[in-house]
Design a protein around this ligand. Structure first.
Ligand code: ATP
Ligand code: RIB
Length: 300
């Protein structure tokens, strides 16, 4: 099995469960508050490790209780956290509102994640050299992501970029896209990155083809309860997922990405790895929270 490195964010999630989202200027009473380890990077690392991947996490947390809890959560999942940095800024935090239909709204305070910069990552080049697959998201400084994608590509590693959250402006530089083996947006992110509408399968296929034309080797679009759309030089195909009762979709995309990386690391074909990732993510949406919702390999 090949090795996976995840470089990205770690957040403590404060999950407020409520019947419906507050309107602007309104106060609503929540039904519960759950403190749960999260952050897109950490969730993807935890998902991959719980599914049997050999995973190391690169990222920054504060010298505070949240930082301790986030490092321990990843360690308990089987992740190598020996190169996590403890910095002076407070650990990243997310406020997550979830309504009774399982839909969420998230606000992130980046804190220590802002210190996961090129200087820190340059100090971790030995970890990058030892891996086979690099998994990235966009919750750490863009320059750091661009640097790492280029470096990993030059070293011959497989680069997976989950472009979440999608940049408000500026997009992803073409020379970075050219270093990406797999870009894994959801429909909203794909629409923003391609500048095209993504409301039906034909539009998604067209937008995915545009990202390929811009340089990304393969595009994998997650489409929620429908599964994922795989767009490679050889195929453009929707790979459906199972019907489940979703209670909270937080980290579904993260679970999907971590699982997809594990599938590739085990030598599955891309279509097999997508089916594996769909299966893992469909379990995650049936449970509340981010890392608390991630399935183990045994459950799959
Ligand atoms: P989130 O931001 O909520 O973590 P996302 O928007 O990044 O998710 P989605 O496309 O919503 O990503 O979901 C990712 C994957 O999770 C899907 O491709 C699918 O495999 C699974 N999934 C999501 N929602 C459902 C659902 N309601 N039922 C079954 N599987 C789901
Ligand atoms: O993708 C879900 C994650 O987004 C949450 O865990 C939250 O921390 C935000 O980073």
């Amino acid at each position: 099995m090949s090795k996976i490195v995840v470089a990205g964010s770690l957040n403590m999630d404060l999950r407020f469960a409520m019947k419906r989202m507050p309107l602007e200027g309104e106060t609503v009473l929540a039904d519960s508050l759950l403190y749960n380890p999260g952050g897109k990077g950490a969730n993807q690392a935890a998902a991959a490790a719980k599914l049997g991947g050999s995973v190391a996490m690169l990222g920054c947390v504060g010298k505070d209780g949240f930082g301790d809890a986030l490092a321990k959560s990843l360690e308990d999942c089987g992740c190598d956290v020996s190169r996590l940095a403890r910095v002076d800024d407070p650990t990243g935090t997310a406020a997550i509102y979830v309504d009774e239909r399982g839909r969420n709204s998230i606000v992130v305070v980046s804190g220590a994640n802002g210190r996961c910069d090129t200087a820190y990552l340059k100090g971790c080049e030995d970890v990058l050299k030892a891996c086979d697959i690099l998994l990235l998201q966009l919750e750490i400084p863009y320059e750091a992501v661009w640097h790492l994608a280029k470096k990993a590509h030059a070293l011959g590693k497989t680069v997976i970029l989950n472009p979440a959250p999608a940049p408000e402006e500026g997009g992803i530089p073409k020379d970075v896209l050219a270093c990406v083996d797999w870009i894994t947006p959801n429909e909203t992110e794909l629409s923003r990155l391609s500048g095209l509408p993504c409301e039906d399968p034909e539009q998604i296929e067209e937008a995915a083809s545009k990202l390929r034309a811009l340089g990304a080797a393969n595009v994998l679009v997650t489409v929620g309860s429908q599964g994922a759309f795989l767009c490679t030089p050889e195929m453009a195909e929707l790979i459906p997922t199972e019907k489940v009762k979703a209670v909270d979709t937080t980290a579904a995309g993260d679970c999907f990405n971590g699982a997809f990386a594990v599938g590739l690391s085990e030598g599955m074909t891309p279509a097999e790895a997508v089916a594996f990732a769909n299966r893992a993510a469909s379990i995650s949406v049936t449970r509340p929270g981010a890392q608390s919702s991630l399935p183990s390999r045994g459950e799959l």
